[in-house]
Design a protein around this ligand. Structure first.
Ligand code: GAR
Length: 206
């Protein structure tokens, strides 16, 4: 049974989409082993607790305050997930860039969600930046992608699924955000099915 960790930093609506998909049998066999947040007050932690999923809080500040490196933070995060026998890692709004100190422990096993199309608006504030680019007449659509994280590049890597999201003249930032989140919730679950489940099925057949 594939065990996944979901890493979050905030609201956790995408985590909720995974929790719901597991509960409704749309990700058969997938178990959410642990939810990790780098922020103690992330509402997603509450969502996990309500669903009976173990939670961990892994803050960066104590590392900074004591002169420990980002690599040490990342290596400890990997060790934490290993204790839960995690095989796959889903970044659902995780706002730290992961270094190789983490990635080497999960080669081709880290999945990232980003609210923009490949190569567009990497980093934070992607939806707002797309909306501003639309207002300047530079783009007429944006999108969502789910991709593997092979290295330290920000919001880049082999695409599992992507989908275009239109922007309309009467959109506000809020209506665009809402439309993008709807797509994210569906695409992330579908991408987990495509990678995690198909991988475990092909291993069983082999
Ligand atoms: C989502 O829109 C996700 O794509 C984005 O954070 C949001 C988390 O929302 N991630 C990034 O921007 C990664 N660069 P949620 O906490 O409600 O799931």
């Amino acid at each position: 049974m594939p065990r996944i960790a979901v890493l979050i930093s905030g609201f956790g609506s995408n985590l909720q989409a995974i929790i719901d998909a597991v509960a409704e049998g749309r990700l058969p066999g997938v178990a959410i082993a642990v939810v990790v947040s780098n922020r103690r007050d992330a509402y997603g932690l509450e969502r996990a607790r309500r669903a009976g999923i173990p939670t961990e809080y892994h803050p960066l500040k104590p590392y900074r305050d004591t002169g420990r490196t980002r690599q040490e933070y990342d290596a400890d995060l990997a060790a934490l997930l290993k204790r839960y026998n995690v095989e796959w890692v889903v970044l659902a709004g995780w706002m730290h860039v992961l270094s190789n100190a983490f990635l080497q422990h999960f080669p081709n096993r880290v999945i990232n969600l980003h609210p923009a199309l490949p190569g567009m608006f990497p980093g934070t504030g992607a939806i707002r930046r797309a909306f501003e680019a639309y207002q300047r007449g530079e783009i007429d659509h944006t999108g969502v992608m789910v991709h593997l994280v092979p290295d330290e590049a920000v919001d880049a890597g082999p695409v599992i699924l992507q989908e275009t999201v239109p922007i309309y003249p009467d959109d506000t930032l809020e209506t665009l955000e809402e439309r993008i989140h709807q797509v994210e919730h569906r695409l992330l679950v579908e991408a987990i099915r495509k990678t995690v489940l198909e991988h475990s099925q092909s291993q069983e057949e082999g």
